[in-house]
Design a protein around this ligand. Structure first.
Ligand code: BGC
Length: 426
C-alpha cells in the first residue's frame, strides 16, 4: 500500500451546519417546510452545548472545525439583526480559537431567512442583494479571526433538491429550468461574496490573507450498461462540476441556462469537496440519488442507502486537481451508520484514498469528517446517524462511537509529527 503523511499545516476537522445542530432555528424556510414526524426541533442543541462539543472535537485530535452561520438567526427580520445571535457567534468563534480549532466557516448551508424565501428565495434578485449585504457584515464582524470561508454549501444539491426532487423548500418538482436558474443565482451570489469579503478585508485588515471557496457535492458516477449514449454520465458530470466549470471559464452552461459572465471567472481560492458515495450512471442511480425511489442499505452502503466508493473519491480528487489547479479541502465525507459497523472501514478507506491522491501530487489541505455528532438530516429527519459521537435526543447526551477513537488514530498516522511504523498498524 502506498500511503503518505499529509503536508504540514493540514487541517483535520469535523463538519457541522447551523440548522442541523443548533436547534430552534425558527426564522428560516426549513422550519416551515419540515414535516411533523421529521422536525429539527432542538436538533443536537449545539446552541447551548457548543463549548463541550468543541471539547469533543479537540479530543479527536482535530485542529479545525467547520460550522455555518445561520443568516436567519442573525437577521430574523429584514434589516434587523439580533444582538443575542451575534453575541453567540462571536462566542462560538472565540471558543474555537481558544481550543486551537481553526474555524472553517460556511456562509450558507441550505437555509434562507423566511423573509427571503417568501419572496422567491434565490430566484429573486433581491435575495442576492440582501445576501451580499449580510456577507459584507460577516466580513466586518469575523474577518479578523476567520481565515477560511465556504460561501455556499452544495449549490448543486440545493438547486436540484429544491426544484427537481422537491425534497427541499420550496418543494417544487421536475422543474429543470428553475433548478438551473437557482444554481446560476448561487454562482453569482458566490462570486459576489468572494469579491466582497476579499475587498472588505483588504481595506480593514491589510495584509491579512483569507481563502474562499465553494463546496459542491461530488458523486462518483459509475459507468453503466443502461446508460445508453452516456447521457446519464454527462448529466452526472454536469451536476458535479458545472458550478466550478462556470467559475473557471466565466461561462455558465446548464441544460436550460447559458450566460457569459466574465465577473465570475476565477472567483475561488480553493475547491471544497463534499464526497460521500458512488452511484451507477443510469436512470435508477439518478432517481435513487434524488431520493425519488427508495435506496437499499447493505454492507457496501450506508443506512440511508448511499453506496461506498473510496476509489471514486481518489479519482474525484485527481480530477479536481487536474481541472482547476487549486488547493482542495475535503469539506464533508462520512457515512450514516447508527451501529458503527461500517464507519471504520469507510473512514480507513477514504483517508487512504486521500493520502494516495496527495502522494500523487494533489494539493489537499484539509479533511473534515461529516459529522462530529448525529444531527438533523434535512428531509430524512433525525434518523440517519452520521456522528462520530452518538446523540441521545431525549437527554442530549453524547457518546463516542468506536470510530471516534479510530479517527483520532488515523489523524496521528497521517500527520507529519507521527513517525511511520508500518502500513497496517491501525
Ligand atoms: C450536506 C449535509 C448533509 C450530508 C449528509 C451533505 O450533502 O451538505 O448537510 O448532512 O450531506 O446527508
Amino acid at each position: 500500500m502506498n500511503w503518505q503523511k499529509m503536508p504540514p499545516g493540514f487541517l483535520w476537522g469535523t463538519a457541522t451546519s447551523a440548522h442541523q445542530v443548533e436547534g430552534g432555528n425558527i426564522h428560516n424556510d426549513w422550519w416551515d417546510f419540515e414535516q411533523d414526524s421529521k422536525r429539527s426541533g432542538a436538533a443536537s442543541d449545539f446552541r447551548n452545548r457548543f463549548e463541550s462539543d468543541l471539547d469533543l472535537a479537540r479530543d479527536l485530535g482535530t485542529n479545525s472545525f467547520r460550522l455555518s452561520l445561520e443568516w436567519s438567526r442573525i437577521e430574523p427580520k429584514h434589516g434587523q439583526r439580533c444582538p443575542m445571535a451575534i453575541d453567540y457567534y462571536h462566542q462560538l468563534i472565540d471558543a474555537c480559537l481558544d481550543k486551537d480549532l481553526q474555524p472553517f466557516v460556511t456562509l450558507q448551508q441550505f437555509t434562507l431567512p423566511r423573509w427571503c424565501a417568501d419572496k422567491g428565495g434565490w430566484l429573486n434578485q433581491e435575495t442576492l442583494t440582501a445576501f451580499n449585504k449580510h456577507v459584507s457584515w460577516v466580513a466586518d464582524q469575523f474577518g479578523d479571526r476567520v481565515s477560511h470561508f465556504v460561501t455556499i454549501n452544495e449549490p448543486n444539491v440545493q438547486a436540484g433538491a429544491s426544484y427537481l426532487a422537491g425534497v427541499f423548500p420550496p418543494g417544487r418538482r421536475l422543474r429543470p429550468d428553475l433548478a438551473d436558474r437557482c444554481q446560476a443565482a448561487l454562482i453569482k451570489a458566490h462570486a459576489q461574496a468572494y469579491r466582497t469579503i476579499h475587498n472588505n478585508l483588504e481595506k480593514r485588515f491589510p495584509g491579512r490573507s483569507v481563502e474562499l471557496g465553494v463546496s459542491p457535492h461530488i458523486v462518483s458516477w459509475k459507468k453503466s450498461h443502461w446508460d445508453l449514449g452516456g447521457i446519464f454520465k454527462r448529466i452526472g458530470e454536469q451536476f458535479n462540476w458545472g458550478f466550478l466549470d462556470a467559475l473557471s471559464s466565466g461561462t455558465i452552461k446548464f441544460q436550460t441556462y447559458r450566460e457569459v459572465a466574465p465577473e465570475i471567472q476565477g472567483c475561488f481560492d480553493f475547491v471544497g469537496m463534499n464526497y460521500f458515495m458512488g452511484m451507477p450512471a443510469n436512470i435508477l442511480g439518478v432517481l435513487k440519488f434524488m431520493g425519488l425511489i427508495p435506496k437499499s442499505s447493505g454492507e457496501q452502503s450506508s443506512d440511508n442507502g448511499w453506496p461506498q466508493d473510496a476509489p471514486g473519491f481518489e479519482q474525484a480528487l485527481l480530477r479536481a486537481h487536474n481541472d482547476y489547479h487549486k488547493p482542495i479541502y475535503v469539506t464533508e465525507n462520512g457515512i450514516a451508520d447508527a451501529s458503527d459497523r461500517r464507519r471504520s472501514k469507510y473512514l480507513t478507506d477514504h483517508l487512504e484514498a486521500l493520502s494516495r491522491a496527495s502522494g500523487a501530487g494533489v494539493d489537499i489541505r484539509g479533511y473534515f469528517h461529516w459529522s462530529l455528532m448525529d444531527n438533523f438530516e434535512w428531509h430524512e429527519g433525525l434518523q440517519p446517524r452520521f456522528g462520530l459521537y452518538e446523540v441521545d435526543y431525549d437527554s442530549q447526551e453524547r457518546r463516542p462511537r468506536r470510530s471516534a477513537e479510530l479517527y483520532k488514530g488515523l489523524i496521528q498516522k497521517y500527520s507529519e509529527s507521527y513517525s511511520k511504523v508500518g502500513d497496517h498498524e491501525l
